[in-house]
Design a protein. Structure first.
Length: 454
């Protein structure tokens, strides 16, 4: 690849500082943390100020249009102030998916590194800081993704006392609207021993919450020949990290919440009664066009069983409105489903046509204004449900993880609140953070609870 710009010769600087802007999902955050660990081990120093860095990395998200817009704005803003001694690197999903577009849109780029190659960041950095020519360096692996356990960096990121721990990467589903399999390849589970090693390290670091993440956590272990791999992994984790009180499962695929997984969740208190099942729609015809499981009766039975076996379980889901061909009747079926099922949390997205996906061949025939109307209708319905759910907790006691303090308020989360995506429990006094305490809920908002310490 050839650079689209010329610049002054940049001298190599060692030791040098690096800056990483991590965009997108928690899985990207884990990869960014892994790159930072590798660079630090090699003697490079992190900085939170891009102006102080010689190596500036943007770990991009290329999943949907809004994410790409944020990634592009971040890259262009950093490129605009780039000095001759600095190198700009685009990493992550978008770099893997469409490197040529990024080179055209951001000609100041010095290198690209894909999702399947980030463990080579030190070699890339060394080559960047030593080179004097104007060629763009690219580390984009078009072949099978390297096994995550082969990467020399941990598969977790810890913020405060809450951690994201990656158990698999990639996805073996073939949803028509999703580009993840094209970007990251088929799902590859990390070896249980590698995950448990990371979990023990997090326990030593004082983690109070570990969130297990994968594109599809319920697929964990199938590629390793394991039956009910997620349930087996959770049983081992509970036994080996007894000092971590909260374990949370994120991103379960419909139809793969097995009886054994439910048994393990019921039997082990550290496994929080919380599960995220992105359903995407509720009308069977739309789901078939999405190449998703269309059996909504099975979904209703699963939800009923989860609520029967774990009273108070927090259920989160996500839906897409405005999918190609979505009729008014199909949308009303979705809206009726939301109102009937009374999920604790619901994320709603308007359909975004993605090049290279099967859905792209269907066109994008739902007008933008209709998509927005449907988005607001589902959100309004869910806000009313969420408020009623939250009001039902007034007078109850909950254990909460204290996360931050400022201006007379302590921000906390309960078992119902996954980090970065759900609401908060707000306490109107300043308390020492990074611990779990019991509180009484005294008021409720649409998304948050108000509490006082017990």
């Amino acid at each position: 690849m050839t650079k689209h710009r010329s610049h002054h010769t940049r001298g190599a600087l060692r030791p040098f500082r690096f800056y990483i802007a991590s965009l997108g999902c928690p899985k990207n955050t884990v990869d960014s943390s892994g790159m930072a660990v590798l660079l630090q081990r090699a003697g490079y120093e992190p900085t939170l100020n891009p102006a102080e860095a010689q190596l500036v990395i943007v770990n991009t998200c290329g999943f949907i249009e809004l994410a790409r817009e944020e990634s592009l704005e971040t890259l262009q803003a950093l490129a605009a102030s780039l000095r001759p001694d600095q190198r700009l690197v685009a990493a992550g999903c978008w770099a893997q998916r469409d490197p040529e577009f990024l080179l055209d849109a951001v000609p100041e780029l010095d290198a690209l590194i894909g999702t399947r190659s980030w463990s080579g960041i030190v070699e890339l950095a060394q080559r960047l800081m030593a080179r004097r020519e104007d060629d763009v360096l690219a580390l984009i692996d078009a072949g099978p993704m390297a096994l995550p356990e082969d990467a020399p960096a941990p598969g977790y990121v810890l913020s405060g006392r809450s951690a994201f721990l990656k158990i698999a990467d990639g996805c073996s589903r073939h949803c028509a609207f999703c580009a993840i399999p094209n970007i990251k390849g088929a799902s590859i589970s990390r070896a249980p021993e590698a995950i448990l090693e990371d979990a023990r390290a997090l326990q030593e670091l004082g983690a109070l919450e570990i969130n297990l993440i994968a594109q599809d956590a319920t697929f964990y272990g199938y590629d390793l020949g394991m039956a009910d791999g997620l349930a087996a992994l959770l049983e081992r984790m509970v036994a080996e990290i007894p000092d971590v009180p909260w374990l949370r499962i994120l991103y379960a695929f419909p139809g793969f919440i097995t009886p054994r997984l439910m048994d393990v969740m019921v039997e082990h208190a550290p496994i929080l009664p919380y599960i995220d099942i992105p359903l995407q729609h509720a009308h069977p015809d739309v789901l078939r066009r999405m190449r998703r499981p269309p059996d909504m009766d099975a979904v209703r039975r699963t939800v009923a069983t989860l609520r029967e076996r774990m009273p108070g379980i927090a259920l989160r889901t996500a839906f897409i409105v405005g999918y190609p061909g979505e009729t008014e009747a199909e949308f009303m079926a979705l809206l009726d489903f939301v109102e009937a099922m009374r999920f604790d949390r619901v994320g709603v997205f308007t359909y975004s046509q993605e090049v290279g996906t099967a859905a792209a061949a269907l066109g994008d025939d739902v007008p933008p204004e209709v998509k927005q109307e449907r988005y607001h209708a589902v959100m309004a319905a869910q806000q009313a449900i969420s408020l009623r759910k939250n009001l039902s907790f007034v007078g109850q006691r909950l254990d909460v993880l204290l996360e931050g303090v400022g201006e007379g308020v302590t921000v906390a989360r309960s078992y119902r609140d996954a980090p970065e995506i759900d609401g908060f429990v707000l306490i109107h006094e300043e308390l020492e953070p990074h611990r779990i305490i019991s509180v009484e809920i005294i008021d409720a908002l649409e998304y948050d609870l108000i509490a006082r310490p017990v």
